[in-house]
Write a protein that binds this ligand. Structure first.
Ligand code: ZN
Length: 82
């Protein structure tokens, strides 16, 4: 079961509750003032992922290397006409 962090709106107390996902949105009693005006906070571990940034550095400097001779624009290559 995941741990959700709640915040009491009455005394601003933060506390964690080990509860099910289905009961995440239901109010939990504040351990400090026993108020039910608590709200669940967004779990932080959901944002902790990432960091696997894809670096596109394979295509370093291979841009100006012609090679398009037989493309059709060249008039002195591959012209076999009998
Ligand atoms: Zn409270």
């Amino acid at each position: 079961m995941p741990i959700y962090e709640y915040r009491c709106e009455s005394c601003a107390e933060k506390f964690e509750v080990l509860t099910r996902f289905a009961e995440r949105d239901s109010a939990q009693a504040c351990p400090a003032c026993e108020s039910n005006k608590t709200r669940v906070l967004v779990s932080s571990f959901a944002f902790a992922s990432g960091g696997e940034s894809s670096s596109v550095s394979d295509f370093a400097s291979e841009s100006s290397s012609g090679g398009g001779c037989c493309g059709g624009a060249c008039g002195s290559c591959g012209s076999s006409s009998n």
